[in-house]
Design a protein around this ligand. Structure first.
Ligand code: ATP
Ligand code: MG
Length: 557
């Protein structure tokens, strides 16, 4: 099938047709190690690695680590882990912009030698003032006319640590009247006497992002440098560097950032959620970070599927979170074994079932997967069902358990509800039923019609566990869209519900970390990373159906 090509694929194909770069495709994913990766980064990773795979190319991982004050090794490690988890591999091509500090320094010297860069002693305020505005041209700095030899000497002095932070910068000499503010003699080096996580105390100066980023692409012979739209008007500057320095002509192509409603994709704001305690950490299962989604139980395949369906756009837009949720459900439906758990237990005593007897009933693991096989579930006289699966006084259309009615237990028998026990406050204590011996699932000869099918666990055999149920982290679709209100005021107070005493069937106690399961009728779950054999903790990845509409109503009240 001839899949339709997005605009990036079209550009790459036409470059390949022209034989540009000898038919090579080299992309890169260039994170700044100043936070954990989020859903937006996942999009960029899938795009960069994805197109390279599609056209027989390769992708480098390059840490854009030019700002030593905000970067940490913790972030470097988490980023590597997240990319591998998503299913992509940079093989031996792990680079740091800081690997190129010497080369970048030499390129800056080359600019000075060509009369295309100068050391400016103006203060930051002066530089800002002289920059002009969109409607007014800038003013040339009084240091702009410095001689090449003086510039070379001062730049060397900056490197050697002879000057204080903020006292001098190196600027490209381009055009203070350019309508593009990025071209008005942009800063390319600043003094920063801060140790760097890769280079230690070696450097007293650090290149600015635009200089380091674009030239690192050239150093690595990146053929297609994919980035988000906010860099569109930086492109002329990158092209200027490429032309003046005669380096590899990486081609920058911009695409729209991925925005997802009910999610935030600003590292600065995510950091605030962590620091201010709205969540338990970067990997809190409610966070839109890759580590959070992993802990929550989202699968790499579902995130890749989402990135693919979103496609690439040239204009900023907001994607509905329900598309991501759809991809998660779709993948888990095929993958997850079914089990049973009762989240809010109500005891049912089957009065005609012999005390002490146990039957191990075969239960199909996954109706979507014929190879998934069966397990056995213990059935006995006392079982738990879900509290809201019983009503003492139900409406006609209620097909679950109620006095005088028949209900089927999944993989087991049909029960007739005889009676129930209430306490003095009207709380149901337990329900009494009789079972029909001939109604066993798979060999039912009873002839009884039971409309509802319930999940259940045997009281004696079930394992007690904790369940953490998650909902969207924000109550507003665009939590950071209101300039008057801080996004934290839209944190959903019901985004986490902890159930301390749920009961799961025995085989659910045996699942492995990372294994996704579906608790029949209750959603998809995984073990939390803090779960132990003695203290089982299940994270609910997602409900089986969209329950969001209901919650929205509740908040409107
Ligand atoms: P910062 O403001 O800290 O620079 P950033 O979100 O741009 O944050 P980077 O680490 O610089 O983070 O991003 C790495 C790569 O991921 C860049 O190529 C960037 O364009 C891309 N990226 C970041 N956020 C998104 C997003 N929401 N959608 C698509 N790509 C993104
Ligand atoms: Mg960035």
């Amino acid at each position: 099938m001839d899949k339709s090509r997005n605009f990036i694929e079209q550009i790459i194909e036409s470059d390949l047709e022209e034989g540009k770069h000898g038919g090579k495709v080299i992309t890169r994913f260039p994170p700044e190690p100043n936070g954990y990766l989020h859903i937006g980064h996942a999009k960029s990773i899938c795009l960069n690695f994805g197109v390279a795979i599609e056209y027989g190319g390769i992708t480098n991982l390059r840490f854009d680590d030019t700002n030593p004050s905000t970067e940490e090794t913790e972030y470097v490690e988490s980023i590597k882990k997240d990319i591998h988890w998503l299913g992509y591999d940079w093989e031996d091509r792990l680079y740091y912009a800081s690997d190129y500090f010497e080369q970048l320094y030499e390129l800056a010297v080359k600019l000075i030698e060509k009369g295309l860069a100068y050391v400016d002693d103006s203060s930051a305020d002066e530089i800002a003032e002289e920059k002009g505005t969109v409607t007014e041209p800038g003013v040339e700095s009084k240091y702009r006319a410095r001689s090449i030899s003086e510039n070379l000497e001062l730049f060397q002095g900056m490197r050697d640590g002879k000057f204080d932070e903020g006292s001098r910068v190196l600027r490209a000499k381009i055009d203070m009247a350019s309508p593009n503010l990025n071209m008005r003699d942009p800063l390319i080096y600043r003094i920063k006497k801060v140790p760097h996580h890769q280079t230690g105390k070696e450097w007293n100066i650090y290149p600015m992002y635009d200089f380091a980023h674009s030239l690192s692409d050239s150093i690595e012979n990146i053929t297609h440098s994919l980035c988000t739209l906010e860099f569109e008007n930086h492109r002329p500057l990158y092209e200027w560097f490429i032309e003046k320095l005669e380096v590899f002509p990486s081609r920058q192509i911009e695409f729209a950032r991925l925005n997802v409603n009910y999610m935030i994709t600003s590292k600065r704001k995510l950091l605030r959620l962590v620091k201010e305690g709205y969540v338990s950490g970067w990997d809190d299962p409610r966070m839109p970070t890759i580590s959070g989604m992993r802990r929550r139980g989202f699968t790499p395949a579902s995130i890749r599927q989402f990135a693919d369906r979103v496609g690439v756009a040239k204009r900023d837009n907001v994607i509905d979170i329900s598309l991501l949720e759809f991809c998660v459900r779709d993948d888990l439906n095929a993958r997850a074994n079914r089990m049973m758990a009762v989240l809010n237990p109500l005891k049912v005593v089957i009065i005609n079932y012999p005390e002490g007897e146990v039957e191990w009933l075969p239960a199909e693991n996954n109706p979507e997967d014929p190879d998934a096989g069966n397990r056995e579930m213990p059935f006995a006289r006392e079982i738990f069902i879900e509290r809201d699966d019983f009503m003492k006084d139900p409406p006609k259309k209620y097909f679950r358990m109620a006095p005088g009615r028949y209900t089927r237990l999944k993989h087991a028998y049909i029960l007739h509800c005889d009676d129930f026990v209430e306490d003095s406050d009207g709380n149901i204590k337990e329900v009494h039923c009789t079972y029909n011996k001939d109604s066993k699932s798979g060999s039912d000869t009873s002839g009884i019609k039971a409309k509802g099918t319930l999940h259940w666990v045997s009281v004696e055999h079930a394992k007690k566990a904790e369940a953490r149920l998650y909902d969207r982290l924000f109550t507003e679709p665009v939590p950071d869209g209101d300039p008057e209100k801080d996004f934290t005021s839209f944190v959903n107070p019901d985004s986490l519900t902890v159930l301390h005493e749920i009961f799961v069937e025995p085989s659910a106690g045996e699942i492995a970390q990372g294994e996704q399961i579906q608790f029949f009728r209750k959603g998809y779950f995984v073990l939390d990373q803090d779960s132990t054999k003695e203290n089982l903790i299940f994270n609910r990845t997602i409900t089986l159906k969209d329950s969001w509409a209901k919650i929205q109503k509740k908040h409107k009240k």
